[in-house]
Design a protein around this ligand. Structure first.
Ligand code: C2O
Ligand code: CU
Length: 476
């Protein structure tokens, strides 16, 4: 396969580096899917759940007999899964053993801006960062990854990412037994050299697009399921590639959650597209002995071109039965548009900037009143991008003048912005204030993010917007 991959890479290299590497990936499904370990917290005296996450280098055997140099968190590739409930107090020791500066950002989390782990919370080599906050948001599948200004792409690509699950009373009604009927699927594309090392080539306009797929860091994976209903938490943890998920036997599935929370009711579909950073929770039904392949189907966007087998799923001969999922999932009402909502415009330009500006660590681009709800209109004057906002959840109102896709109607924090299209969202900002530490909005195609397609906003006490600094007094 490496040889074939190599042929493909060379074949396409001849066509110029802007060509998108595609591969109708046919796999043998020889390796059991790895399930990231569920990280046990230490319970502190005041009840806080304390976790230690150590980022460091290692080697990983993606291909039997080959040791690939990778980075990981508490292991050699990816990180453990953190799982907590709404209302929990959490604290972390984030230890940086990488030998170089990094950060660890909690993507999708509502929290005090100083705890966000974005570009302003750098962790120097050898240091430990100690964020802490109270989980105060509806159940969701969030994740964590480095967010070092200008160098996020490589840190994520080498393997630094993990899933962060939040439960509440609504989510516990869904299949919830981790690794049994509640399974994370972190999907990432890679390029490998002929000797099985990670290759870096982000010359193309979107950044790195690999021709081999890893699911939870497993190449060529299969999974045996033992339950008649399985909830999969799909996370596109790739640098640039989008996946158009479906099953080879044409089976449908129920979408039960978007990035930032459960849907109010399930939506039955047979395809769901996720761009980098987006998540979806889906529930799939199985009959004893079923076999199917989760595949990514080529879509209309450049970043979703190519067909890839992702995971073979085999249902055991006997399956444990669980209650069919109910019509009512989340009890949190959809985000409504306030009558006097402030409207902001963001132009994504051909130069891969936002409103004509590249990210500047010192500059504050927007000042937002904490706890308020605004309308953001994002206009894309170039090829595909997506848009992620820290410390907020939003609902998609309009895509290219039409209704959003059925799978984009819940609470989200990242949205795909098609080529040349405008996307309108209603954004509910977290109720935390900070005049010193800004939050980010950006394209989650990591090459674009690193290249400056990012802006900064402060969340401030309503009524104090005028007092907010437009320039930060920091060394950069
Ligand atoms: Cu997943 Cu600002 O990041
Ligand atoms: Cu982009």
């Amino acid at each position: 396969r490496l040889f074939l991959g190599l042929l493909l890479v060379f074949g396409l290299a001849g066509c110029g580096s802007n060509e998108i590497v595609t591969n109708v990936g046919e796999l043998d499904f020889e390796q059991p899917l790895k399930i990231p370990e569920l990280l046990e917290p230490e319970i502190l005296e005041d009840g806080t759940k304390h976790f230690t996450l150590t980022m460091g280098p290692g080697t990983t055997e993606f291909f039997p007999g080959t040791n690939t140099d990778t980075w990981g968190i508490n292991g050699s590739y990816l990180g453990p899964t953190v799982r907590v409930s709404r209302g929990d107090q959490v604290s972390f020791d984030v230890v940086n053993n990488l030998g170089e500066v990094s950060t660890l950002h909690w993507h999708g989390m509502l929290l005090p801006p100083e705890m966000d782990g974005g570009p302003h919370q750098m962790i120097e080599a050898g240091e430990t960062w100690k964020p802490h906050w109270t989980i105060d948001q509806p159940a969701a599948t969030t994740w964590f990854h480095p967010h070092l200004h200008g160098n996020t792409a490589q840190h994520v690509y080498r393997g630094l990412a993990g899933m962060f699950i939040i439960d509440d009373e609504d989510s516990e009604k869904l299949p919830s037994e981790y690794g049994v009927d509640d399974i994370p699927l972190i999907v990432q594309d890679k390029l490998f050299t002929s000797d099985g090392q990670l290759e870096w080539d982000d010359d193309g306009s979107y950044g790195l697009l690999g021709d081999e797929i890893l699911v939870n860091g497993t190449h060529d994976p299969y999974l045996e399921v033992t339950a008649n209903q399985v909830r999969f938490r799909l996370l596109n943890g790739s640098n640039a590639r989008a996946y158009n998920f479906g099953f080879t036997d044409g089976r449908s599935f129920q979408v039960v959650g978007n990035d930032a929370g459960l849907l109010n009711e399930p939506v039955t579909l047979d395809r769901i597209m996720l761009s980098p950073g987006e998540r979806a929770e889906i529930v799939v039904q199985f009959e004893p002995g079923d076999e199917t392949i989760l595949r990514s189907y080529s879509g209309t966007a450049g970043i979703e071109s190519g067909e890839f087998d992702l995971l073979k799923i085999i249902a055991a001969d006997e399956l444990t039965e669980s209650e069919p999922i109910s019509g009512e999932l989340s009890s949190v009402p959809p985000i409504e548009v306030p009558e006097d909502a402030k409207i902001r415009q963001f132009n994504l330009t051909m130069e891969n900037d936002i409103n004509g500006k590249k990210m500047d660590m010192k500059r504050i681009d927007e000042v937002v009143a904490a706890g308020t709800t605004e309308i953001w209109e994002i206009h894309n004057f170039g090829p595909e991008h997506n848009f992620h906002i820290h410390n907020a959840a939003f609902r998609v109102l309009e895509v290219a003048g039409g209704e959003p896709k059925e799978y984009e109607r819940g609470r989200k924090d990242t949205v795909f912005i098609p080529h040349g299209a405008s996307v309108k969202i209603v954004v509910e900002f977290a109720d935390y204030t900070d005049m010193e530490f800004p939050l980010m909005y950006h394209c989650h195609l990591l090459k674009h993010e690193d290249g400056g397609m990012m802006g900064q906003f402060l969340l401030v006490e309503p009524g104090t917007e005028e007092e907010a600094p437009l320039e930060l007094d920091i060394e950069v």
